[in-house]
Design a protein around this ligand. Structure first.
Ligand SMILES: NC(=O)c1ccc[n+]([C@@H]2O[C@H](COP(=O)([O-])OP(=O)(O)OC[C@H]3O[C@@H](n4cnc5c(N)ncnc54)[C@H](OP(=O)(O)O)[C@@H]3O)[C@@H](O)[C@H]2O)c1
Length: 323
């Protein structure tokens, strides 16, 4: 089935920039609503892409934006929220920002699709999401994906990726920044398991799903070809960036304490809820859907992580030579 006109909610973010560029490269018209146009300036130059400042929490406004589209894609997601306080906990217990971004917005997107008569919906959830998961992030994501799949009058597809890596990710790049700054890296939850998936593969899966009738009403886990512990990933980033660093894996109690203390930093890096999310292995044993062969981390990540010029590569060469 050929779709040519899309609304991509949350399209200004990391996955969105790749998906929107890929859709535009196929000649599709794409509209990206954002709370701050400045955040989506990388998309403004694409000829068939419209970036619109809008409040997508307003379901009427969202229905107006959805009108006339062939499909809507919802990529909205956040990693941090104020924790639910006693008394304001809903039946599934998650903080207000998680409720708003993962549940209420998913509800608004479904309502907007119905009002605008758009029947095709692609929704991005997360691996491990579920109403009984141990973290507020995963519980709210789980409720969001449930309500999307319950809308059986829509042809909805849900994706559940493990951690996604790519040139602008906030995972491997964050490790690279920390390794550049700190001689010793105290790593919480070093044994947490991930199966990182390349952003290009996530985009290919989105496009394949939009073109496939069979994908309607289904949910797919998206994982890369190999499983790693968090420690192995940090070690890999240090190696590829040429930083010889001492990595100290923290035991469980100290990992929790570290996450708690980091909640007091002005920038949200790690929270107790992130710690709770990492208790669920973000891995899967199913094949990547649509016959796509997922790219290995080692094949893609050096393109942006490894230093390029001889001067930048000097520490990497020294590291390799153990000098
Ligand atoms: N990246 C990963 O490793 C990963 C792993 C598993 C699942 N996922 C899921 O994949 C999706 C895309 O992830 P990403 O890494 O591209 O995220 P991202 O870079 O943080 O982008 C998220 C987008 O959501 C929008 N947004 C956030 N909070 C919002 C709110 N309260 N109301 C309206 N819009 C809001 C932002 O739009 P504006 O700020 O422009 O308004 C932004 O464009 C998310 O659903 C995420 O949970 C990602």
């Amino acid at each position: 089935m050929k779709y040519e006109n899309f609304l991509v909610v949350g399209g200004s973010g990391f996955v969105g920039r790749h998906l929107v560029a890929a859709l535009a490269a196929r000649g599709a018209r794409v509209t990206v609503p954002t709370r701050r146009r400045e955040r989506a300036k990388h998309l403004i130059l694409l000829p068939t892409v419209d970036v619109i400042e809008a409040d997508v929490r307003d379901s009427r406004a969202l229905a107006g934006l959805a009108a006339g589209r062939d499909a809507v894609v919802n990529l909205v997601g956040i990693l941090h929220s104020r924790r639910a306080r006693p008394g304001e906990e809903g039946p599934n217990h998650y903080g207000p920002q998680f409720a708003q971004a993962h549940v209420e917005l998913a509800q608004s997107v479904v309502a907007a699709c119905r009002e605008a008569g758009v029947s095709r919906l692609l929704h991005m959830s997360a691996l491990g999401a579920g109403a009984r998961a141990p973290s507020e992030y995963l519980r709210s994501k789980g409720i969001g994906e449930q309500l999307v799949l319950a809308a059986d009058d829509l042809a909805a597809t849900v994706f559940r990726p493990s951690v996604i890596f790519g040139p602008e990710d906030r995972f491997l790049n964050l490790f690279a920044q920390l390794a550049a700054l700190l001689p010793v890296l105290a790593l919480g939850s070093p044994g947490a398991r991930f199966q990182p998936v390349y952003v290009g593969d996530v985009v290919r899966a989105c496009i394949a799903a939009l073109e496939s009738r069979e994908a309607a009403g289904k949910r797919y886990d998206l994982c890369g070809p190999r499983e790693y512990t968090l420690r192995e990933l940090l070690d890999y980033v240090c190696r590829i960036t040429g930083r010889r660093r001492l990595i100290v894996g923290l035991p469980d109690s100290l990992s929790y304490l570290q996450a708690w203390m980091m909640e007091f930093l002005p920038v949200a890096l790690l929270t107790r809820d992130n710690y709770a999310s990492m208790q669920v292995p973000s891995v899967c044993d199913c094949a990547f859907p649509f016959g796509i062969q997922p790219v290995a981390l080692e094949a893609a990540a050096p393109a942006w992580l490894a230093p390029a010029g001889p001067r930048e590569r000097y520490p990497q060469l020294r590291w390799r030579a153990r000098r």
